[in-house]
Write a protein that binds this ligand. Structure first.
Ligand code: FES
Length: 127
């Protein structure tokens, strides 16, 4: 899967919201560092977190097993299945939140915002 990624930490600087329609277009125009915005190819045997790490990025994580939500990403476009045995509620899944340590997008392309662990309410899930 070809994944376009964006760092949630830059949102405050630009006044962006996760629900902005043209979020990734704005990100592409913003001249961000490769660590904050870009594209990466996820190989078949990689989770999204591993794919980022294998390209030299340090995305947040802790347990690597679906139990903490430190590795949470917001899936803006594409499909990313979540295997059983994880901490996310249906409500978070419905809002597009996924755990990058557990899986990767299965669609040909996808858009994800990483570093969303500080979303209001989500951090309370963190053990
Ligand atoms: Fe803990 Fe992914 S690192 S849920």
């Amino acid at each position: 899967s070809r994944v376009e990624y964006l760092n949630y930490e830059v949102f405050d600087d630009y006044g962006w919201e996760l629900t902005d329609d043209d979020l990734f277009a704005k990100a592409s125009d913003a001249d961000l560092d490769p660590e904050d915005y870009g594209r990466l190819l996820v190989q078949q045997n990689e989770t999204l977190l591993e794919a980022a790490e294998n390209r030299g990025f340090a995305w947040p994580y802790s347990c690597r097993g679906g139990a903490c939500s430190n590795c949470a990403v917001a899936l803006v476009e594409g499909e990313m299945p979540t295997p059983a045995g994880h901490i996310l509620t249906e409500e978070w899944l419905d809002r597009g939140i996924r755990l990058s340590c557990l899986s990767a997008p299965v669609t040909e392309s996808a858009k994800v915002v990483y570093n969303v662990k500080q979303l209001p309410g989500l951090e309370e899930l963190i053990l």
